[in-house]
Design a protein around this ligand. Sequence first.
Ligand SMILES: Nc1ncnc2c1ncn2[C@@H]1O[C@H](COP(=O)(O)OP(=O)(O)OP(=O)(O)O)[C@@H](O)[C@H]1O
Length: 533
Amino acid sequence: MEKPPRLLSHPLLLKNRVYEVTLNRAQLTWKKLQTKKKRVSRSIHNSRKHGSVCVPVSEILAVRETEVDGRTESGGRWQKTSQRPAEAYPYAFTVSYVLRVKRHRWRCRDVTFQCADAAVRQQWVQAVRDQLSALAGRPKHLLVYINPHGGRKQGKQIYEERVAPLFSRASVSTCVIVTEHANHARDHLKTDADLKKYDGVVCVGGDGMFSEIVHGLIARTQRDAGVDQNRREEKLAPCAIRIGIIPAGSTDCICYATVGANDPVTSALHIIVGDSQPLDVCSVHQGGRFLRYSVSLLGYGFYGDVLMDSERKRWMGPVRYDFSGLKMFLTHNYYEGTVSFLPATDGSGTPRDKTTCRAGCSRCRCSGPLGSEDGQASGTGDDVSSGEHGGDWRTIRGRFLAINAASMSCACPRSPQGLSPAAHLADGTADLILVRTCSRVNFLRHLLRHTSRDDQFDLSFVEVHRVRKFRFTPGRCESEGDPWPAPGGAGPAKGLFGQMCQDRPAAPPPTAAGTATARYSPTPASTWGCTAS
Ligand SMILES: Nc1ncnc2c1ncn2[C@@H]1O[C@H](COP(=O)(O)OP(=O)(O)OP(=O)(O)O)[C@@H](O)[C@H]1O
């Protein structure tokens, strides 16, 4: 492939050695001219061949002039750059760039070059700045919401100490709002936020906080586009503004599944370089009324119960999930009902095909907002209420311990493969996982497989389907007019969608009887992040 033409090339000093430094539109490279001892790089990405280092321009964060005495101002602090600057190279500049380290983590690395005269330095600083400003998709102004109560209550500290200095170095301006109550961010986005001023919204918190922001942004987008959220046949308008996630929650599954790591610095760097990852959004309706959106897991039965119970034990911190998980495992509730679903066919793959959705996933690219399957995904003529028992809809009746719909792998550090390892982030489908009633021992086997590499669907009581829409009707609802399915065994009946969601409830549990329908829309939202590649 033809190399882009050189923009600049000079011998410059780096750590008292002279390097040939070259810039073109694609990359910045530096290669040692005086070879002495071989140095071993700790970088596993920024390629270093025969003593040369190559950084893609798209991963340069900033460039700045360095003081003559070898110091550079960085976030208000002065840093030493070199102990022995050669007298012949008294003018310095520093380039900050992304260093890819282990386990999909990114770090900010500085390299300081020294020039023989001021004009050369000026040329370099200007040339690098010109290249950076020509890059599309990099944010300049961000609206940041911090949940000070998420996870270990360190959201504010994480942002101030690890993220804000990076934004400032990359000249990204921010408006920071520390939330004062639940749904503060959602309501502010819905009505008050002047979104035209921003290139993106950043969420500092966990999955619940992300869900708030998704609800606020999607509701605002639909209102502006004249889309009625209550009409489930309507196609959702995609959000024009991206959401960045700085993980500061308990599980941070959405961050892990989109970026490949739960690391605030990595996420901040993805935001700065303008990486983008589209996401499917699932809309859930009941009785002609919109209930909520979901981008990760819709869980009814075991997972819904765990999340609902753990919500009441927020004071315990992240350990609440273990406590509630054990409690619900011992309770061993089951739920009777009918699941109907529209299978995703035509090359959508299967939940067991062992593919992993990564940055640039070809499947998701084909099914993007302008994808040819859009009509099918949004259900032309496939109205669940009218066409459910015709066409390609399938129906399964039975007793279930869990009914989960995973719109993404739902991977997190505890379950690195996730609930459905092959689920795609943006193909307009979800993996519907049905766990039928079984013994506690068998259920434990199923749960333990989430923490290992074993095929979690290879069990006789578990089935999985890739779907575009699905519907759940509680068993007793139809026959007895009882709105909610009673858990198998003793205990009070529980609200249908009060039990649902990894994405925390953004709407109150429904009060009317009925069936809930979930529909997957390809990519109405996107995050700054790039699936681990
Ligand atoms: N200032 C606040 N006070 C109380 N609750 C808040 C505040 N701001 C946001 N919330 C709510 O806190 C809930 C949980 O927050 P978040 O998702 O950030 O943390 P988490 O639940 O610990 O993490 P995870 O969702 O990853 O398990 C969200 O549903 C959000 O609505």
